[in-house]
Design a binder for this molecule. Structure first.
Ligand code: ATP
Ligand code: MG
Length: 203
């Protein structure tokens, strides 16, 4: 390659990058609103709860007040809970274990409602900056919680409050209400190759 060709390529690269920069700068300049974001993390891939708790850790790192409600994780020895409770993050954990392990619909509904009441209190509290509603989607899809009641608490929450909802098969109306929605796709998962869920990595 002659020096001239190389210089021309570099020049073209600089021009392209300059255009990208201008477009990004314009978008950054246009995004001036500061308010609470409703984020949904759904799909079949691993990483939904992990990302939710990662955001809680960010909030705590900035001195913000976060709160966590875990639907359907009652019997799990959750590493995030051990860490975050010690840093002032209150947890409400549904009393039952995985829903598909229980057959008692009435008891599950009562447990879901009790956990949801804690969620409603935090969703109405301006002192709470971030609420993580881990595995909430199942409560709606199994009809343990009324969709309208959930939507209404989310709509009426303090303006600055962020909310994260995780779980598969998220209801369409929750996705419509959300500002940020990510769907995790399962490309592969170690469990399929016989690797068991391990503390410190999977929970
Ligand atoms: P994580 O808590 O690891 O971020 P998740 O919240 O995306 O996972 P859940 O559906 O809540 O996924 O799954 C809870 C448990 O099931 C976790 O231990 C996780 O490792 C495991 N898991 C997640 N996705 C899959 C999958 N596609 N196949 C098998 N197991 C999975
Ligand atoms: Mg999860």
């Amino acid at each position: 390659m002659t020096i001239n060709t190389e210089q021309r390529q570099q020049q073209r690269h600089r021009e392209r990058q300059q255009k990208v920069k201008e477009a990004v700068d314009a978008k950054v300049a246009a995004a001036t609103e500061e308010r609470g974001v409703l984020m949904v993390l759904t799909g079949n891939g691993k990483g939904k709860s992990t990302a939710g708790f990662g955001t809680v850790a960010r909030a705590v790192g900035h001195g913000k007040q976060a709160a966590v409600v875990q639907f359907i994780k009652g019997n799990w020895d959750c590493g995030e809970r051990k860490l975050l409770e010690a840093h002032g993050v209150p947890f409400e954990v549904m009393a039952t274990g995985f829903t598909w392990e229980t057959q008692d619909r009435e008891a599950d509904t009562a447990a879901a409602l009790k956990a949801w009441e804690a969620a409603e209190r935090w969703l109405a509290d301006p002192a709470i900056d971030l609420v993580l509603l881990d595995e909430l989607t199942y409560m709606v899809s199994y009809h343990y919680l009324e969709l309208e009641r959930v939507l209404s608490a989310l709509r009426q929450r303090p303006l600055h409050q962020h909310v994260i909802i995780t779980g598969r098969n998220c209801h369409r109306q929750l996705i419509e209400l959300a500002d940020t929605v990510s769907e995790l796709e399962c490309v592969k998962h170690a469990f399929e190759a016989g690797v068991k869920a391990q503390p410190g990595f999977d929970f």
